[in-house]
Design a protein around this ligand. Structure first.
Ligand SMILES: NCc1[nH]cc(CCC(=O)O)c1CC(=O)O
Length: 325
């Protein structure tokens, strides 16, 4: 029996927090197991000055880590589910999805010298500047407040907070999960309800990818799977796959389990926020993947098809498959 495993991870603060968390959970189960981290720079880490929607390509934050798995330079890869494409290279699979953190988006405003800090989205003054590179976020915010100015904001979480504090934006929107994991929860002035900002597919959940045929590793990590989160995130991911969601289209979905029923909301919007097609569906957990497909079909029949065609006719169709952040 092997007594050492290697975790492949990105080197960002959030990625390392998540990899260290998985390591400590495994260490609780297997005190004598030796666990090493292999930090890997991904394309998404290298290209920092271009909005991801413009970079294109599949799995910008996972591809190099997957290659390490296939070369046996890592045994498991720890990812934010939000960054994981719906298709995997041959020989790899998503074995585990851990319990979800807060899936919602968070509003963080600039600490100002004036008496009042803008503490929520509704109170933003006319024409205020919001930092986000996510089409999903800008589409939804612009649909409520077309007067807002959206400015590009990329980089790791600490970089984004620094840019906010430097005064480039009145507020920024980040996933609550990442902000909380890094211990900055007190900077969140408002958690955006899903009617304002429906989260990204998989937001707040951590996934573990590994080689399909590595029985030892699959058995080792199986106890970390959280069945409820797994059901919900898989429903969201079939929704995304059915929509062939690239990162160039605003797409959002959130599924949750309440009283043994799956409740799922989803939307597809135009980049400008002029059009948003929303839907809701419910069903039983055993039918979760069907629920995701049905919701996608519902949106496609009510106008999402036209939005997707419009975007992809202007772009290279090969970008399909990248997750929508
Ligand atoms: N797009 C990058 C990314 N990938 C996962 C998270 C947050 C953590 C999570 O969703 O689990 C973030 C940052 C953000 O969107 O603010």
């Amino acid at each position: 029996m092997k007594n050492k495993i290697i975790i492949g991870t990105r080197g960002s603060k959030l990625a390392l927090w998540q990899a260290e968390w998985i390591k400590s959970e495994l260490q609780k189960l297997y005190p004598t197991l030796e666990i090493e981290l292999n930090k890997i720079k991904t394309t998404g880490d290298k290209i920092l000055d271009v909005p991801l929607a413009k970079v294109g390509g599949k799995g910008l934050f996972v591809k190099e880590i997957e290659e390490a798995l296939l070369r046996n330079e890592a045994d498991i890869a720890v990812h934010s589910m939000k960054d994981v494409p719906t298709d995997f290279p041959e020989g790899l699979h998503l074995a585990v999805i851990t319990k979800r953190e807060d899936p919602r988006d968070a509003f963080l405003s600039r600490i100002s010298n004036f008496k009042f800090q803008i503490s929520n989205f509704r109170d933003l003054p006319h024409g205020a500047t919001i930092g986000t590179s996510s089409l999903r976020r800008s589409c939804q915010l612009l649909s409520i407040r077309p007067d807002l100015k959206i400015e590009q904001l990329r980089g790791n979480l600490d970089t984004r907070l620094r840019k906010l504090d430097e005064g480039q934006f009145d507020a920024i929107i980040l996933a609550a999960a990442g902000v909380k994991r890094l211990g900055w929860a007190e900077r969140i002035t408002e958690i955006l309800p899903s009617e304002v900002s429906l989260p990204a597919i998989g937001q707040g959940a951590i996934g573990i990818e590994c080689r399909i045929d590595d029985e030892f590793i699959n058995n080792l990590i199986a106890p970390l799977n959280h069945p409820e989160t797994s059901i919900c995130v898989r429903a969201e991911r079939v929704f995304l796959k059915k929509l062939e969601g690239g990162c160039q289209v605003p797409i959002a979905a959130y599924a949750r389990l309440i009283d043994s029923r799956v409740l799922m909301d989803g939307l597809v919007g135009s980049v400008s926020g002029d059009t948003i097609i929303r839907g809701h569906i419910e069903g039983i957990p055993n039918d979760a993947e069907n629920i995701g497909i049905k919701l996608a079909e519902d949106l496609l029949s009510r106008g999402a098809r036209e939005i997707l065609n419009e975007v992809y006719s202007r772009n290279n169709p090969s970008i399909n498959g990248e997750i929508a952040s």
